[in-house]
Design a protein around this ligand. Sequence first.
Ligand code: GP9
Ligand code: MN
Length: 416
Amino acid sequence: INEIDDYVSENVRENEEEEKIDLSGVAEDKNIIYIAMESMQEFIIDKKVNGKEVTPFLNDFKEDSYYFDNYYHQTGLGKTSDHEFVLDNGLYPLSNSAAFFTHAQNEYNSVQKIIDEQLDYSSYSFHANNGSFWNRNVMYENLGYDKFYELESYDVEEEDVIGWGLNDKDFFTQSMDYVKDLEEPYYAKFITLTNHFPFDIPKEEATIDKYDSDSKTLNQYMQTARYTDEAIEQFIGQLKDEGIYEDSVIIISGDHYGISSYHNESMAQFLGKDEITPYDEVKLQKVPMLIHVPGKEGETISTLSGQIDFKPTLLNMLGVENNEDIMFGNGLFAEDRKDFIAFRDGRVVGKDYIYAAGNCYDDSNGEIVDEEACSDIREKSEQELNYSDEIIYGDLFRFYDFEDGEMIEELKEDDE
Ligand code: GP9
Ligand code: MN
């Protein structure tokens, strides 16, 4: 843990000094409302099908928000739960299992615990699926969530089900009944479900056309993505009606990809490209990331970033001092940041080069270049993933004092 602490100190924390846009403490005493959009990818933003925008609400709302258009998901097999794991802990997910299942008993220094201890915030998660799905009921308790509003908290009639469960519109409406009564300020996470594979929605609920290609999946994705967009618009309206909107920082993002490489041909058609190369596939792993701060004007920020950066960003906005924390991301608004984003499968995005499918690509033109150009970002990302894995596999936070930033006393004595 000392070695990892040193690494973090030299390579991660030292970047945190200056802010490009100073939002330190801007969320103090405000509610944090985080909306996880199932399978929402960045490529869909500002796109149209038969002349109609797929996500008209998000397209508008991003104009009033800090919009990160170069923000990558970093999930593995644990999909939605991996995204929660990265966001809450600032650690990477595991490479071949879901940490929510395999390491739910570990000690973590989660956002939820930190803001409870330092700011007396309560944390909630809302998701109309079975509580044990992804082992959330167990893991949430360990991470310090005060309550999980899961399937049992919702009234789900058969006609309200789309795809995997309660449709997003009813999900938000019913969630609102609980939200109204929460003591402020709080952190509340809402996980949508309608835009989940296979993206099947009843005809009468669809408000735009399907896309027209050989991929049924991509064609239908347009309609469910639109449905989630409408559900969020409605939810924002409800937050306004209840007077919650102005007191809240609202963060809206995607959890992971929804359209796999199996649909590359149709995806190329949709994007107006000849083909989707491994380089393009990397770029398709971007998910939308919007941070709406009351009273702040919108701005699009194209900084290379990813889900690993969520925790430091949020804590900084809340004005939390946690200089001794061990996490691997940098604040999204920081001036100096690490220069790579590690994927769990070995791919790496750097500022100038991208490593994918055994090749190094020049990001200025997507051409394959000498592998050597990627060696630096590959080494760094492998190192970090290993350190993160060591923390999880060894449950190393048991041995670390987050206040002093040192190994806990008893161990030090043993060590000597
Ligand atoms: C399940 C929902 C979807 O509760 O979060 O999970 P996914 O299949 O996307 O990981
Ligand atoms: Mn998901």
